[in-house]
Design a protein around this ligand. Structure first.
Ligand code: NAP
Length: 352
């Protein structure tokens, strides 16, 4: 298959570097364009970008010249790792110019005509693109978003439980890694020896996004009817580098034993894996039964960072069931998720 030419917007940042790493290893893509702010534009990527991943900066991108984020890039599809505050109009300009935009930013996630996609959970929401293009007057271009990094792990775990038992209420406490704040993120003097019980805007995202993702596509309305569940999040920044750990308690519409919950999680099958998407893993939800797993450092890279790990599944004294879920925030919760969004669109013939 001919490789799809990929551009990365905000390629020098924490998520942008993950995009570059994942796309240069991916058999379906080649990276042909990179953008950054005025600080980086016009410089070679290898010079403009201080590479902060444990792998080397890929040789094939070091000499690419970083460009401004204008919609004239030499590529078939763009991945956006732009700051949320500026992503909105820039992503729209790319879509209007004919580029499919796979975005990590929050700007368009809750737009009624924009799919907020976890390909294993709601691939049918891609049907919103017909409405999106008709409403906005776009022909080939479109915007598809992936969820906030704290949303992905919990929502993937809730999907099989919602299907089997109906999720009514959720209480979730997050322990989120420093890399979730980008680079340089939280100052060392604030983060070392500390837990910060506030992440601006995060709790609202963890209330709204799972309900949209687990909601039902209403084709006539060209929108998603949100799932009827109540979610109470408490989001905390902790001094880990990568990996968001979340303690979740769930109330079901129908009673379920711990064994039934574990069985439902283990039986979950990945649609993108069945379609041959290279970033998909066969087992998206790994269930561990050791009493002290998942742990952030030990389990965040499970399934190349694309699997989530659930553990400590047990009865809840207030609701029905509680568990801990871990996901890699810059892979599954950001760049890897957006690349998988593009892959399922390719597999379905929607890109290029
Ligand atoms: P970051 O490390 O601060 O990187 C921001 C990037 O945007 C840099 O490449 C920067 O380029 C570029 N940029 C800034 N101003 C620009 C402008 N005016 N025009 C073009 N490019 C500009 O942030 P991040 O953590 O990678 O996050 C990127 C996006 O992903 C955000 O929307 C964030 O909310 C979202 N996200 C992050 C995570 C995570 O775990 N970190 C997870 C999910 C979603 P220069 O280097 O040239 O300044």
């Amino acid at each position: 298959m001919k490789r799809i030419r990929a551009g990365v917007l905000g390629a020098t940042g924490a998520v942008g570097q993950r995009f570059v790493e994942l796309l240069t290893r991916n058999p379906w893509f080649e990276v042909t364009a990179l953008t950054g702010s005025e600080r980086s534009a016009g410089r070679r990527y290898g010079e403009a970008c201080t590479w902060r991943l444990s792998t080397d900066c890929p040789a094939e991108v070091r000499d690419l010249v970083v460009q401004p984020s204008e919609p004239n890039l030499d590529c078939d599809v763009v991945f956006s790792a732009l700051p949320g505050s500026m992503a909105g109009p820039i992503e729209e300009a790319y879509a209007a110019a004919g580029y499919p935009v796979l975005s990590n930013a929050s700007a368009h996630r809750m737009d009624p005509d924009v799919p907020l996609l976890i390909p294993e959970v709601n691939p049918d929401h891609l049907d919103l693109l017909a409405t999106q293009r008709a409403r906005r007057g776009w022909d080939r271009g479109c915007i598809v978003t992936d969820p906030n990094c704290s949303t992905v792990g919990m929502t993937l775990a809730l999907k099989p439980l919602h299907d089997a038992f109906g999720v009514r209420r959720v209480v979730v406490t997050t322990m989120q890694a420093l890399s979730g704040a980008g680079y340089p993120g939280v100052p060392a003097m604030d983060s070392l020896d500390n837990v910060i019980p506030y992440i601006g805007g995060e709790e609202d995202k963890l209330i709204d996004e799972p309900r949209k993702i687990l909601g039902t596509l209403d084709e006539a309305a060209g929108a998603v009817q949100p799932a009827e569940m109540r979610i109470s999040p408490a989001c905390n920044r902790v001094a880990t580098r990568d990996g968001h750990l979340e303690a979740v308690s769930v109330e079901f519409a129908r009673r379920a034993t711990v064994d039934e919950v574990i069985e439902a999680l283990r039986a979950f099958r990945s649609v993108p894996h069945a379609l041959g998407c290279p970033s998909a893993v066969e087992q998206t939800i790994i269930v561990r039964t050791e009493p002290d797993r998942p742990q952030t450092r030990l389990d965040r890279d499970a399934g190349r960072g694309m699997a989530i790990t659930v553990g400590r599944v047990r009865p809840c004294e207030v609701f029905d069931c509680k568990f801990v879920v871990l996901s890699h925030n810059t892979i599954r919760g950001a760049a890897g998720g957006a690349v998988l969004n593009a892959e399922i669109m390719i597999a379905k013939g929607m890109i290029p």
